[in-house]
Each structure stands twice: as structure tokens, then as C-alpha cells.
Ligand binder design. Sequence first.
Ligand code: MRU
Length: 345
Amino acid sequence: MSVRTIEWRDGELLLIDQRRLPRKEVYRVCRNYRQVAQAIRNMVVRGAPAIGVTAAMGVAMGARHVRDPKNVEAVMRNVFETLADTRPTAVNLHWALERMRGVYEANRHGDLGTLQQRLEDAAVEMYDADIAANRRLGGLGAALLKDSRRILTHCNAGALATAGYGTALGVLRAMKETGMPLEEVFVDETRPFLQGARLTAWELRKEEIPVTLITDNMMGYVMQQNRVDAVVVGADRVAANGDVANKIGTYTVAVMARRHGIPFYVACPTSTVDLSCPSGREIPIEERAEDEVTHIAGRRIAPDGVNTLNPAFDVTDHSLVSAIITEKAVVTAPYRKNLRNVCVP
Ligand code: MRU
């Protein structure tokens, strides 16, 4: 695998600093759970599955630093609260913390060393399971897209956004691995954080997948010019009715895809599906700092004092979604029934 996003090494966590890409490939070392929380909040690591796995490793790290068994309860309460309070929209973060809480609850009355080991094992297992899920959904997606050669994607749903391989980009990787002819992948730049221009373009170039970078406002043009066969994006949370929260601008892409009769696919592991959330209306949308809008690459582009709005995600209505590609199955409408069938064990 060409990109190493997250690495657990002897109780420390190494994260490629995604704010510095593509210019610099530097790794940050997190030595305690507070540093892990900070790395998630500041987008050193980002992407729904990646922040879930990172948070799980933060829990393992929090437990590892408990010295006196009498303090476990208080320390772990802080660890869970601090990590949960980093980013609200991607459900994978909360899903991962709930899983880790289950492991904690099952082992907290035993010996401290065993608890620490169990939490570490669970976090590493989650890392491996995420890569395996991405590979499976990539294969299912590649089969679904067998007649598509020109794909458009938004944001970064690649190896960088997951433990490895990627979701939307996992589908493209699987297409390439199975020898399918990928003619062109259009990558929206994805203002304001530029995940498309900085991260997706970088990943695809490394994979030698033909990439054409466009600014967000060119997407309608390329569709109108009949240059896109299918759209594939990732997701931060899929509600029980199939509404999809993903990077801001995804909704616009979905509307334009429908206007031009282009299928709009969402690729995500089942850990991104939140059956407890009835519809997109209940998904919390993160608002980020205004300097992401007023500045580009650290340089101010807007007048001082201008009002801004910076929602990091939007919700695409399920009626615009052609299919949701998960590791278990490709799910189509009616989503409420079919997501439940696939996601409830
Ligand atoms: O704000 P980000 O960069 O964390 O947002 C990421 C996205 O919106 C991705 O498309 C999504 O998490 C899917 S990642 C496989």
C-alpha cells in the first residue's frame, strides 16, 4: 500500500500530517490521548474511518498511561469524553468509541495490565478490519462500475481517510487492480480545505491512476460536456433512510449528477451507517473556523471583517443516491429496509 496514514508503534501513534500534504510527507507522533484528540480536531488526521480508528488508538493510549488501578474510572471517563468531543459529524468516531467502551466495560474490573492489552488489541483489530472492509467494498464497487471509465469524485475518501486502501478511492484502486480501463478521474478541489486538490490528486498520482483536477465550480461543465460516466464519493454518516452526510459540496454534485442522468454512488463501510439516526435532518453538521474560508494556504483572500459561513459537511437526500456500496453488499432503495437488512447482524 503506497500511503501509510496511521501506525501504532510501541504504544505511540504515528500520523501522516495531512495538513502538510502534498508538499511534505511528515509524520506526527502522538504520545498521549490529548495529543490524539488534538490531531483529530486540527485535521492532522481526517476522513470518517481514519478518525474512528485513531480515536480507538487514543483510548488504548489513555489506558496505557494509567498507573494506579484506583484511577482507571476517572481517567477513562476523561479519555472517552475528550475524544468524543473532537468532531461531531462522522459517526465512525462515535461508533469506534462505543466499541472501545464495550471492551473497557467488559474488562474494567479485572487486572489493569489485561485491560490495557485488551484495549490495544481491540484498536489494532479495528485498524485491520477497516482495511479489510475497504478492500471488500472496493471489489463490489468495481464490479458495479464495470461499464464506467470516467469517474468524478469529491473530497478525499482514500487511504488517507481510512486505515488504508480507501472507500471511494478503494473502488478506483480495485478497478485498476482488476485491469479495468480507467480513462479519467475528475477530482473536485474541495474548497475550503482542499482535500481533493491536495490529497486525492496526490494519492491517485501515486497509484498512477489518470487524474484531472478541477475547481469545484467546473463540475457542472464536465458533466454537461458528457465527460463523466459515474460519481463515487465517501460518507461521514449515512442515516437510516439513506440520507448521506459527506464533505460540503457533495449535495451539489449529486443534484448535478441527477440533472445529467449520471449515477451517483456512495462508498462506505457499514460502520458509517447510523441506524439510530432516522434521517439527514438529525445529523449534526460541524461548523469550522472562518479562516478556512477567508484564507487559502495561510494567505488572506477576503476583506477584513467580512461575514463567513463554514459548514464542513452537507446532506444529500437519499432520492439522489443510486446505490450505497458497503463491504457486505451494494445497497439500493428502499434504503430504510435494505440498510437495516445489511447492517443488522
Ligand atoms: O473534513 P474531512 O476531511 O474529515 O471530511 C472527509 C469526508 O467528507 C470524506 O469524504 C468522508 O469522511 C469519507 S472518508 C472514506
